[in-house]
Design a protein around this ligand. Structure first.
Ligand SMILES: Nc1ncnc2c1ncn2[C@@H]1O[C@H](COP(=O)(O)OP(=O)(O)OP(=O)(O)O)[C@@H](O)[C@H]1O
Ligand SMILES: O=C(O)[C@@H](O)C(=O)CO
Length: 424
């Protein structure tokens, strides 16, 4: 294994796995596997990039650090030469962590400073300029992310936000330096390291900037960021002759299907609305779940009544409703109840023969995929930017799409099921 990624959630892991498997246009990517948690056995020899999906974005910082260091050890033992800490392109975190604590701990373990921190993903509208994160043409804090149910993003200044999470100074490299090319960027990172800055927010506005970052980081032990920072990394290994550039064959998986959406993002709610216009949908109410009035078997019954009609189950409410429910019942209590519901539903559905499963929301995907006890998934073709087909190569294969809350076109759900079935 050449490159090891530690991702703080499951959809984020498939996002960066997609980037690495795809590589740059016309060049090919790395043979990539996504591991669901830290594997308890060595990787198979053909894997070039291994992405460990943790569910460490919203847990206490100390636990996130411990899990990330354990993931680093496993990846080191597989021979990786370079490591990426993947977090959300909207920098999802609270003032208590976990991006700063995990980034600093990994840097310390690898003995490095002047480490890139860049969540930019221009294809889906995330850019960083003068240390500020934009989502399309809005600042992060006015993009809807300020209403996130677990980590409201109320400050777009990443230097300030990250500094609240860090023990050591946070640096910044602005766009003119990035735009001037990889040599200048590399020099700026070396200077940041000399000043004792562990994590350095780096501006990026376009894929060209991300390719420059990739080139500047050829041979660098650690990068941190969204999937965009991986854009130029496969090319470094291909140029050096260390990687094959081989693709993956995916013929599609047939069988009953289901869609589970625990994400409350604006994009997911729009996709639910589009889907509901022509498919069966079931809304599960938070208070019904908490009171035991809606149980996993009720949801399973609904899906089993529509096995080939792309049935969708969702829990989302609008921002005011989510805030009121959280005020009344507690953010964690709701998240746990809804995640447990979806996890039990998914486990039961797969036991009953569901073969194609689309999940919306990083935390929700983590809960679902952990319940399915799949240890590794191969990365197939891209469905929409940041969301690939994932599949198991067992005798009862399952194909999955794990959609980050904010990703995907309005018709994502129906399209994803088609792609999991092997159609265009
Ligand atoms: N109606 C609701 N009210 C409050 N919380 C909810 C509701 N529905 C779901 N949740 C919880 O909100 C959280 C949504 O997080 P999740 O990561 O799944 O989606 P997301 O944040 O939109 O996606 P991503 O992390 O990929 O951007 C989950 O913990 C989920 O259980
Ligand atoms: O970077 C992103 O936006 C996604 O991969 C993600 O991490 C959302 O959970």
């Amino acid at each position: 294994m050449l490159l090891g990624v530690i991702a703080d959630d499951f959809t984020g892991a498939s996002d960066i796995a997609n980037t690495l498997a795809k590589g740059l246009p016309g060049q090919g990517g790395l043979r990539t596997t996504q591991y669901l948690g830290i594997p308890d056995r060595p990787a198979s020899a053909e894997v070039e990039a291994g992405v460990i999906a943790l569910k460490s974005r919203s847990i206490p910082a100390g636990e996130a650090v411990a899990q990330s260091l354990a993931a680093l050890s496993w990846l080191r033992a597989q021979g990786c030469r370079q490591f990426v800490f993947k977090y959300c392109s909207t920098f999802d975190s609270t003032p208590a962590g976990n991006i700063g604590p995990v980034g600093e701990a990994l840097a310390q373990a690898l003995g490095v400073k002047g480490v890139i921190a860049c969540p930019a993903f221009p294809t889906v509208g995330r850019t960083v300029y003068r240390g500020h994160l934009f989502v399309h043409d809005r600042l992060l804090s006015e993009s809807g992310l300020e209403n996130h149910p677990l980590n409201p993003m109320t400050d777009p200044d990443l230097r300030r936000w990250l500094a609240r999470q860090c023990q050591t100074p946070v640096g910044a490299v602005t766009w003119p330096t990035v735009h001037a090319g990889s040599d200048g960027l590399r020099a700026a990172l070396i200077e940041a390291a000399a000043r004792g800055e562990t994590l350095v927010i780096v501006d990026a506005l376009s894929d060209d900037d991300l390719v420059t970052i990739g080139r500047a980081c050829d041979g660098v032990p650690l990068l941190t960021g969204g999937s965009g920072i991986a854009l130029g990394l496969a090319a470094n290994f291909l140029r050096a002759g260390a990687a094959s550039g081989g693709g993956v064959n995916f013929a599609g998986i047939d069988g009953p299907e289901a869609i589970l959406a625990g994400s409350c993002s604006g994009a997911t709610r729009g996709q639910i609305e589009v889907h509901a216009a022509s498919h069966p949908v079931l809304h599960v109410g938070v208070e019904d779940v908490l009171a035991g009035r809606t149980r996993a078997l009720d949801v399973v019954d609904f899906i089993c009544a529509h096995p080939s009609e792309a049935p969708l189950v969702y829990s989302a409410g609008g921002p005011e409703e989510v805030a009121a429910l959280q005020q009344k019942h507690g953010r964690e209590q709701i998240a746990e109840a809804i995640e447990n519901l979806f996890a039990t539903v998914a486990r039961t559905l797969v036991a009953f023969g569901i073969r194609r499963l689309v999940v919306a929301g990083g935390e929700t995907s983590g809960a679902v995929v952990s319940a399915l006890k799949l240890d590794a998934l191969t990365i197939g073709p891209e469905i929409d930017p940041g969301v690939p087909v994932l599949f198991t190569a067992t005798d009862r294969p399952v194909a999955l799409a794990l959609k980050s809350g904010n990703f995907g076109a309005p018709d994502f759900f129906a399209k994803a099921l088609r792609r999991l079935g092997g159609s265009a």
